[in-house]
Design a protein around this ligand. Structure first.
Ligand code: F6P
Length: 316
C-alpha cells in the first residue's frame, strides 16, 4: 500500500503547518499518496479524510496552528470507535500514519497499532516539552519566542510604573517553558513545580534591591505550581512594598508565526518519520536526543513519569 496519512492530535503547536507542508512534498517525492485526516482521531472516526496535494500546502509555512485541525478525542480510547477508524482507513487503502501530538495521543495510537496493525510514526509536538527521551518537541521554540516578546513588553510597563509582574506560562506539570524563559529574559524569580520554594527567603534580598534603586520585578511562574498567583502578587505588595500585577499569557503561547528553528525541526521530524515507515519500521516515535534523531518505542517514552532536565534545574 502506498497511501499515507497525517493527523494532528492534542494541543496545536506553531510548527505543525510547516510539518504538514513538508509531509505532502516529501511523500509525493517518495511516490506515496498523501492524505489529510482532519481534527485528529475524530476525523479518523468520522471519515474526515482527504487526499492532499501541493496546492493544499502552498502558503502555509508561515502560519501557526494546523490547517488540518486538531482535537483531544475521547472516543478514540473506546474500542468500538477504533474499529470504525480502521474501517475508514481500509476504504482508502491507508496503512501508514504520521501523527503529531503529545504522549497522550501516542498511547491511543499504540493501542490502535496493536489491535489493527496500522503502522505509525509519531512526532512529539507540544509546547510543554514534557515527553521523555526527546530533548525537543515541535513548537517549543516558537512558544519560547512568544513568551520572550511578551516578557520584554511587560518589562516596559513594569519599569515605567514601578511594579512587580507575576507572569504565568503554560506547560502543565512541566516547568520547562517558565525556566528557559526566566534564564533568557533576565527575570528576578522563577517558580516551577519541579523545585520547592519559600518566598520568605527572597524578602531581604528584594527589599535591599529596592533600596538600591530597583524599580520593578519580573517573576516567571509555571502554570503547574500549586500557589494562586494573586497570593504571590499580594506577597510583593505586603512584604516587599511594591505594587504588583498578574499576567497570564495563556493561549497566545501556542499560536503565531513558526520560528525558523521550528520550521527546520518540522522538516527534519517529518523526513525521519516518513523514512521510518518506508524502511518498514512499524511503530516509532521520532525523538531528538543528544545523539541526533533516534527512533524510540512508546514504552521507552512512557515507562517513567517525565522529569525536567537536572542540569537545567541546577541553573535556577
Ligand atoms: O499541552 C499544551 C497546553 O497548551 C498546556 O500547556 C496547557 O495546560 C493546555 O494545553 C491547555 O489546554 P486547552 O487548550 O485545552 O485549554
Amino acid at each position: 500500500m502506498k497511501n499515507i496519512a497525517i493527523l494532528c492530535s492534542g494541543g496545536d503547536v506553531s510548527g505543525m503547518n510547516p510539518a504538514i507542508k513538508h509531509f505532502v512534498e516529501y511523500t509525493i517525492k517518495k511516490e506515496l499518496t498523501p492524505y489529510f485526516v482532519y481534527d485528529g482521531y475524530e476525523g479518523l472516526i468520522d471519515n474526515n479524510i482527504q487526499k492532499a496535494s501541493y496546492k493544499d500546502v502552498s502558503g502555509i509555512i508561515n502560519r501557526g496552528g494546523t490547517i488540518i485541525g486538531s482535537a483531544r478525542s475521547k472516543r478514540f480510547f473506546d474500542k468500538k470507535y477504533r474499529k470504525i477508524a480502521k474501517e475508514n482507513l481500509d476504504k482508502l487503502n491507508i496503512n501508514m500514519l504520521v501523527v503529531l501530538g503529545g504522549d497522550g495521543s501516542f498511547r491511543g495510537l499504540d493501542i490502535f497499532y496493536k489491535e489493527h496493525g496500522v503502522r505509525f510514526s509519531a512526532i512529539p509536538s507540544t509546547i510543554d516539552n514534557d515527553i521523555n527521551e526527546t530533548q525537543y518537541c515541535l513548537g517549543v521554540d516558537s512558544a519560547l519566542n512568544i513568551i520572550k516578546n511578551s516578557i520584554d513588553a511587560i518589562r516596559d510597563t513594569a519599569s515605567s510604573f514601578r511594579r512587580a509582574f507575576i507572569i504565568e506560562t503554560m506547560g502543565r506539570e512541566c516547568g520547562y517553558l517558565a525556566l528557559v524563559s526566566h534564564l533568557t529574559s533576565g527575570s528576578e524569580l522563577c517558580l516551577i513545580p519541579e523545585k520547592k520554594y519559600d518566598l520568605k527567603l527572597f524578602k531581604n534580598e528584594f527589599k535591599k534591591e529596592i533600596k538600591n534603586g530597583r524599580k520593578y520585578f519580573i517573576v516567571v511562574v509555571s502554570e503547574g505550581i500549586k500557589q494562586d498567583l494573586s497570593e504571590i502578587a499580594q506577597w510583593f505588595e505586603d512584604e516587599i512594598g511594591i505594587e504588583a500585577r498578574v499576567s497570564v499569557l495563556g493561549h497566545i503561547q501556542r499560536g503565531g508565526n513558526p520560528s525558523s528553528y521550528d520550521r527546520l525541526m518540522a522538516y527534519k521530524f517529518i523526513t525521519y518519520a516518513v523514512n521510518s515507515l518506508l524502511d518498514k519500521k512499524d511503530e516509532t516515535i521520532v525523538c531528538y536526543t543528544k545523539k541526533g534523531f533516534e527512533y524510540k518505542s512508546l514504552d521507552a517514552i512512557t515507562r517513567f513519569p517525565h522529569k525536567l532536565d537536572e542540569e537545567l534545574i541546577s541553573l535556577l
